[in-house]
Design a protein around this ligand. Structure first.
Ligand code: SAM
Length: 419
């Protein structure tokens, strides 16, 4: 059952590592908060989707997820009818059967961790100071498409004095300095060691210390390369806007056909000593085939490990049944390696062995928001301060560059409260 040493570490870092299992539970709020000094993420804003949960008074350890028996028999009947699976469905089923034991084992470990599950019940309320922030919403995606986009400016208010050499962006700030910068197609950096605040069209945004964003469409991604310059990145996290039939998703953000992702300049972004590429992937078999047969080969990336993100509710139960064929409670994080020189580095085989089939569990935040995985990945990169970039980002991180058409989306001050 619980390892008593894991809880204090979890409360500090937001990561709970399960003993004797390749699994971890992440509280993204605690983990992301390590990027900030004066601001903290608001847990209720992060966990904005409400998942039915048990009352707080009930002992979390006693809650075992149950399944509606009617649903089970409906599914069994349907399965009988669909005996003739096509080739793609068979492949999807094989992939699921391969993942299943790891997912089930990780979930069992979570159900046994009674102390952790007690904490999970209060994830939404942890340290909350409610800020009644009724700010307007800015659609960066829409503004970025206007002809006026290059003329939009934002004001950055720096609170900190320290002068730092950033990731190639401007540096040398003074206390209370305000700087006006182009909001689009420009590398904007907070190169101080304190949070900065940005103002844009009557909305406020929090920029973590030592972080940069570049807001542009994929069509302009090549302008990012000279801005971030040599020596490139050790870790490249990519969460592409995969096409999805769901109208719900279309309302959230635009999607792109697969062929557009082939043009991502991974070779130019990769560090000259090689890079780890971490790619988020849904369950659609079509995308898995595309990544294996076209995307990774065209980027020159070699697959080294497969991780799973298992979505749970605050009471520890799964978001939906593990075996529902059209709606699984997990997604994939594929790790690959880019290397110019074709070297077989020892740390890579270690990283592959250690991380393959790792199950990351978390209570999901807003639509398609992924848990932060840098702490799990960076420890295996043999470099004291790995250079990291996220592509198609909707938020910023301390020490990272975030690129996408809305990298400030979750930086709006309504997602934070001041310490
Ligand atoms: N990783 C993000 C998170 O955890 O919140 C979610 C990323 S979401 C799957 C994909 C992002 O790609 C969306 O923000 C979407 O607006 C952006 N996107 C879609 N089309 C784009 C384009 N042509 N150029 C740049 N970004 C684009």
């Amino acid at each position: 059952s619980d390892d008593p040493n894991n809880l204090p570490e979890f409360l500090e870092s937001g990561i709970y590592r399960f003993p004797y299992s390749n699994a971890a539970f992440i509280d993204p709020v605690r983990s992301l908060n390590r990027s900030y000094r004066r601001f903290k993420l608001s847990p209720s804003a992060y966990y904005c989707r409400s998942f039915p949960s048990v009352p707080d008074t009930q002992d979390a350890a006693e809650v075992v997820p149950t399944e509606n028996p009617k649903k089970r028999s409906r599914r069994a009947k349907k399965k009988k009818k669909d005996v003739a699976l096509n080739e793609r469905e068979r492949e999807a089923d094989r992939r699921h059967q391969e993942a299943r034991p790891f997912l089930a084992k990780a979930h069992e470990a979570l159900l046994r961790a009674s102390e952790l599950r007690r904490c999970m019940l209060s994830l939404r309320r942890n340290g909350e100071i409610d800020s009644a922030d009724d700010q307007e919403k800015v659609s960066f995606v829409e503004l970025g498409l206007l002809w006026q986009a290059p003329f939009y400016e934002m004001t950055i208010n720096f609170a900190q004095q320290e002068k730092r050499v950033g990731n190639g962006g401007e540096s040398g700030n003074r206390v209370g300095e305000k700087r006006v910068v182009n909001a689009f197609s420009n590398l904007v950096c907070n190169d101080t060691s304190d949070d900065a605040e940005a103002e844009f069209l009557n909305c406020r945004y929090v920029l973590p210390r030592d972080s940069c964003f570049y807001m542009s469409d994929l069509l302009q991604i090549h302008n990012l390369i000279p801005a971030v310059a040599e020596p490139g990145f050790h870790l490249i996290v990519i969460d592409p806007p995969w096409e999805n039939a769901s109208a719900h998703q279309k309302l959230r953000y635009p999607t792109l056909p697969n062929r557009y992702f082939l043009s991502l300049p991974i070779n130019e972004l990769a560090h000259r000593e090689g890079a780890i590429v971490a790619l988020w992937l849904t369950n659609r078999e079509k995308f898995h085939r595309f990544v294996e047969k076209e995307l990774f080969p065209s980027w020159g990336v070699k697959h080294i490990a497969t991780l799973y993100w298992l979505k749970v509710k605050p009471d520890g139960s799964l978001l939906c049944n593990l075996d529902l064929s059209h709606h699984r409670p997990y997604e994939y994080l594929l790790l690959g390696h880019y290397d110019n020189e074709g070297k077989d580095l020892e740390y890579l085989s270690q990283l592959g062995n250690k991380l393959d089939k790792t199950v990351i569990m978390s209570v999901p935040g807003d639509y398609s928001r992924k848990p932060p995985v840098e702490d799990l990945l960076c420890q295996y990169i043999p470099c004291k301060e790995p250079r990291c970039i996220e592509l198609f980002a909707r938020e910023m991180r301390h020490g990272w560059i975030s690129w996408g058409n809305e990298p400030l989306h979750f930086q709006q001050s309504k997602y934070f409260h001041k310490e």
